[in-house]
Design a protein around this ligand. Structure first.
Ligand code: FES
Length: 118
């Protein structure tokens, strides 16, 4: 007579590895940047766009026509959707600019040259 096979025990779930753990990255300590005065944390080696994404910020610019929200799209410096004002300099591609301690990022409206309008 066949005995019923024992059911496999459910295995305890292992925590999902983070992207940093998958590549065995050991970034240095986090530092602070600001977006429109709001303090955010960034890691050494992160681009500004990556730091904003990590903080849950997905858009930080509006288009010239229509004022539609934009953030990082291509992530490689080709689309210019991620433009931001960094430390007072407008039109910086956030996906290419590395985050540095104390960086002040401000959202950019239109072409980022509101100071030049007459
Ligand atoms: S996301 Fe395309 S240029 Fe930055």
């Amino acid at each position: 007579m066949n005995r019923p096979r024992p059911r496999p025990r459910p295995q305890p779930r292992r925590p999902r590895p983070t992207p940093a753990a998958l590549v065995r990255a050991a970034p240095g300590p986090a530092f602070e940047i600001t977006l429109d005065g709001r303090a955010l944390s960034a890691l050494p080696g992160q681009s500004i766009a990556a730091a904003l994404w990590a903080a849950g910020v997905l858009s930080w610019r509006t288009t010239r026509r229509g004022g539609r929200a934009r953030g990082a799209f291509c992530g490689i410096g080709s689309c210019f959707d991620c433009l931001a004002t960094v430390n007072g300099t407008p039109n910086q591609r956030a996906c290419l600019v590395p985050a540095r301690p104390g960086d002040a990022i401000t959202t950019q409206e239109g072409h980022g040259r509101a100071d030049l309008t007459v």
